[in-house]
Design a protein around this ligand. Structure first.
Ligand code: SAH
Length: 239
């Protein structure tokens, strides 16, 4: 049996609340999925949990739903940010999708010395995070920051947050994920070209940075992002 359709909306959700769909959502629901009045689906907005909502108006470009009952409370992921250097388009999209599924609390594309692209399609990345949350049953959508220089991000770093620096130079070294638990973390993954010596020194000098190995083989950045989140979660988080 097909599972209930889940849609992300910006709107507040609560008992009796009516919600206006966007043109695109109305087209998808009523045109593509052939749903109609009286159908019940799930809505979430990243803040109010998940709600069963009934279609009360179905048009080609318009739709109204009314919330009935909460089906899931809001479940926040553990407080880990994923910072990564954008790579090729499809692989960058993959990182955003997988980080959302894995429960990253915030997604931060950062530009490092060896990062090839100097821009990302920010709106597309935000849409990927929303889609991933819709399909994985999450009630939270991680914000995706605009691209920022790594040096700038570090200059404004909140000192109570630890940073797990996944450094390919440590390939083969013992992983350090099992260290004492701490509640606020970020994970940093480099680009295809890896980190520069200057970046390694800059990061190494920060008191909040822990250098980590992801095992005996060099992983591609998209694999490394998923592996690092998984390893982090087994010791610190969601498992
Ligand atoms: N071109 C580089 C590899 C970059 S891999 C080289 O050959 O040395 C892309 C990113 O994934 C790295 O910057 C790092 O953040 C992460 N990564 C991949 N494999 C890793 C490993 N075994 N240990 C730690 N980090 C790794």
């Amino acid at each position: 049996m097909a599972s209930k359709i889940r849609l992300y909306v910006d709107h507040d959700l609560g008992a009796g609340q009516s919600v206006l769909l966007t043109k695109e959502q109305a087209h998808y629901l009523f045109g593509v999925m052939r749903k109609g009045v009286d159908e019940v689906l799930s809505l979430f907005n990243g803040r109010d949990g998940e709600w069963d909502a009934r279609v009360v108006e179905a048009g080609k470009r318009k739709g109204i739903l009314v919330c009935e009952a909460q089906s899931k409370p809001l479940q926040l992921p553990p407080d880990v940010w994923l910072m990564f250097a954008p790579i090729k388009k499809a692989r960058t999209d993959f990182i955003v999708e997988k980080a959302t599924e894995m429960g990253a609390a915030r997604i931060m594309p950062v530009q490092t010395e060896f990062t090839n692209s100097d821009r990302v399609r920010h709106e597309k990345l935000v849409a990927h995070a929303v889609e991933a949350a819709e399909q994985c049953g999450g009630t939270y959508v991680p914000p995706v920051d605009p691209l920022a220089k790594l040096t700038k991000v570090l200059a404004a770093w909140p000192e109570d947050r630890k940073l797990l620096f996944c450094d390919e130079a440590l390939v083969g070294a013992q992983a350090v994920f099992a260290e004492a638990s701490h509640d606020k973390w970020a994970i940093l993954i480099g680009p295809e070209g890896g980190f520069s010596q200057a970046e390694r020194e800059l990061l190494g000098a920060k008191p909040y940075v822990t250098q980590a190995s992801l095992g005996p083989r060099i992983l591609r950045a998209d694999t490394a992002a998923v592996a690092a989140l998984t390893l982090w979660q087994t010791t610190q988080g969601d498992w």
